[in-house]
Design a protein around this ligand. Structure first.
Ligand SMILES: Cc1cc2nc3c(=O)[nH]c(=O)nc-3n(C[C@H](O)[C@H](O)[C@H](O)COP(=O)(O)OP(=O)(O)OC[C@H]3O[C@@H](n4cnc5c(N)ncnc54)[C@H](O)[C@@H]3O)c2cc1C
Length: 619
């Protein structure tokens, strides 16, 4: 252990993860906490990290309140509808009422926004989306964070949260290691804002072998946002609500601009509108939800999946009509150049010119996220002026651990935030975190050297395990004494894929499969004590895997608890195939006991605040 230097940093606000939410939090913390010490720690480099690393072509969440285009209430209704009723409306409303100001700052900071030539307004791609030339999106928000922070630490992976030893259930900071130098970093902090993105690669991806790593969601998003709070006993919500995306096959290029701006549409291999074919069957499963407009994302997936199972595939996007218009053709290609260059390369390699050939679509493996068309994540307090008592405990976006805040993919219950809403939520969390400190709530935090030293030993153990055992084998990678991170990852992915509703079973699972999945996950957890890392990069892989495995346990427990199929098209409970509003029109909340590792789950009411308030106003 002596060879790994220990470096200490004491601060007021510690931001874990410098993606969209983390840069927003870092920026806003400085606004409210002028004299405070603000540190942001990032696993990669904040100039190009997180889901927006490569850039985006649209900001997917903008109300346009200045022009009366949409109001926050409209967005709450939209997200509620898309998530089949299950959202935290207080959180959604709070984000929506502030998101425009965030976008206006992006504009001021130099993000190239497309404008509607006739109206002078931001160019709409859809009701909520505005179009940008967004290759430089991430460096621009990173610059705002760099100017605000006392220090940005790049290349440090946070592995554990520190807990206060003076007061129960209060955070005390975080620890991690530098993946280039091997130094051990201790950040003692008065508040911590976790903004570490969602989780890809917990389910086996479609692309394996030669295509490994080619997924829709960023392969480096490893579930730290969930594992860090779960490990210290924070409550989580809606972790069963994983997301499956319909995207262009193999490159996972986005379809939003194609549907909304280019007005392309889908059809089965026989040129039929297959969505209509599945209407009656879907109505049987979910009732009137299928008649909602727009059709919830999961239900559109459902028709795709059923049509494919029934032999109607491949499913195609009809591009050959729109691409005859040279302007739309340019937009179609630029859409990829600004954010998913790989899709253009895939088409080139497969001789697909979308002007003449309709490209294939696919449904992805499931991912766990809190900011897209899905709302898995931590159970947080809402804002004082909006939240019912069950949703409010003092500080906006504070988890059930005192002083621990979340934003972006970390926060559960608030879907459809996207890049702008995640940055906004980071701002909201930071404002509350500063207030928490100003209210003297973070006084007297005690973090002993023993707590830190114990983590240090645990963090570097995979290097030790490998070093001691490496000579037991003379060739290959199969050791009697350790498993490598990739071996552990592939084992995890198979368990999740085959038992928890991945692509192997067409997203199907049931109580018995989940029970077996949990047993296998428990054994994996045991074996991960013996993960071996040959270098610092593999050490990062080892910790990414441990975070993914803990996230997976939570996902599986939640999926087992909700005995209905709430989101057909995201996953199916074969033993409870129908949506069951009588028993399950509620949010699910879990807590893992840090001492025993056992999860307990409960139902929590879902309050439809927006329309309730309107009803009250009317009466
Ligand atoms: C493929 C894809 C396409 C999208 N397209 C759009 C779009 O067109 N428009 C739009 O508005 N939104 C889009 N989004 C949504 C948007 O990207 C997310 O909502 C947003 O990035 C979420 O912000 P976040 O900060 O929670 O996560 P991220 O932005 O992903 O940031 C998480 C950060 O945490 C870091 N991190 C992770 N673990 C650790 C750790 N242990 N220690 C330290 N750091 C860590 C990561 O490196 C990363 O920098 C898209 C998302 C995806 C995945």
């Amino acid at each position: 252990m002596a060879k790994h230097k220990t470096l200490y940093e004491d601060c007021d606000v510690l931001v874990v993860g410098g993606g969209m939410a983390g840069t927003g939090a870092t920026f806003e913390a400085r606004h409210w906490g002028r004299d405070m010490k603000i540190i942001c720690v990032e696993k990669a480099n904040i100039d190009r990290s997180g889901a927006v690393a490569q850039g985006l072509y649209a900001i997917n969440c903008y109300m346009g309140m200045q022009w009366g285009e949409n109001q926050p209430e409209d967005h709450v209704r939209y997200a509620r509808n898309d998530l089949m009723g299950m959202v935290r409306e207080d959180l959604g409303y709070d984000m929506a009422r502030h998101v425009d100001s965030t976008v206006h700052m992006f504009d001021e900071w130099g993000l190239p926004m497309m404008k509607n030539e006739k109206t002078g307004r931001y160019l709409r791609e859809g009701k909520w989306q505005i179009m940008i030339h967004g290759e430089s999106y991430k460096p621009i928000v990173a610059e705002a964070a760099k100017k605000s922070a006392d220090k940005i630490y790049n290349r440090i992976m946070i592995t554990h949260l520190l807990m206060d030893e003076a007061k129960e259930n209060r955070v005390g900071g975080a620890v991690g290691f530098n993946m280039r130098t091997g130094d051990f970093h201790v950040f003692r902090a008065k508040t911590v804002i976790v903004a570490a993105g969602g989780a890809s690669h917990i389910f086996k991806p479609r692309a394996v072998g030669e295509g490994m790593g080619r997924t829709w969601y960023a392969p480096w998003s490893n579930g730290s946002a969930y594992a860090l709070p779960i490990a210290v006993g924070a409550k989580m919500t809606q972790m069963e609500n994983r997301i499956v995306l319909c995207r262009f096959k193999d490159g996972y290029g986005p379809v939003g601009a194609y549907f909304l701006h280019l007005k392309t549409y889908t059809q089965n291999a026989n040129g039929e509108n297959y969505e209509k074919k599945w209407y009656d069957q879907t109505k049987e499963l979910v009732g009137e939800y299928i008649d909602h407009h727009p059709t919830p994302t999961c239900l559109r997936n459902h028709a795709f999946i059923q049509e494919t199972i029934a032999g109607g595939g491949p499913i195609h996007m009809v591009t050959t009509e729109a691409f005859q218009d040279p302007h739309l053709e340019t937009v179609g290609w630029e859409n990829f150049l600004g954010m998913t260059v790989g899709q253009a390369v895939v088409w080139a390699s497969q001789n697909i010119d979308p002007k003449y050939t309709n490209p294939e679509l696919t449904t992805s493996e499931p991912y766990v996220m809190g900011s897209h068309a899905t709302c898995s994540g931590a159970w947080v307090s809402g804002p004082e002026d909006l939240s019912p008592p069950e949703y409010f405990w003092g500080y906006n976006r504070m988890l059930t651990i005192e002083g621990l805040f979340g934003a972006g993919d970390t926060v559960g219950g608030s879907a459809h935030k996207f890049s702008s809403g995640s940055f906004t939520e980071g701002r909201l969390a930071a404002k509350a975190a500063v207030k928490y400190i100003q209210d003297q709530k973070a006084e007297g935090i005690k973090v002993t050297d023993k707590q830190c030293d114990d983590f240090k030993e645990a963090i570097f153990k995979p290097l030790e395990t490998y070093t001691v055992a490496q000579n037991e084998i003379t060739g290959g990678t199969v050791s009697p004494s350790y498993i490598s991170p990739i071996q552990g990852l592939q084992r995890l992915q198979r368990i999740m894929d085959e038992y928890v509703g991945g692509i192997a079973t067409n997203y199907m699972t049931n109580g018995n499969m989940l029970k077996r999945g949990l047993e296998l996950l428990a054994w994996l957890e045991e074996d991960l004590e013996k993960v071996g890392a040959e270098d610092l990069h593999q050490l990062m892989r080892a910790w990414e895997l441990k975070h993914r495995a803990l996230t997976s346990q939570c996902v599986t427990e939640h999926t087992m608890f909700r005995e209905e199929t709430r989101w057909p098209g995201y996953y199916y409970r074969g033993d409870h195939m129908k949506l069951d509003d009588d028993n399950w029109h509620c949010l699910t909340v879990s807590r893992r006991d840090p001492k025993t590792g056992k999860f307990t789950l409960e139902k929590v009411p879902v309050y439809h605040i927006v329309d309730e308030n309107e009803k009250k106003k009317a009466s």
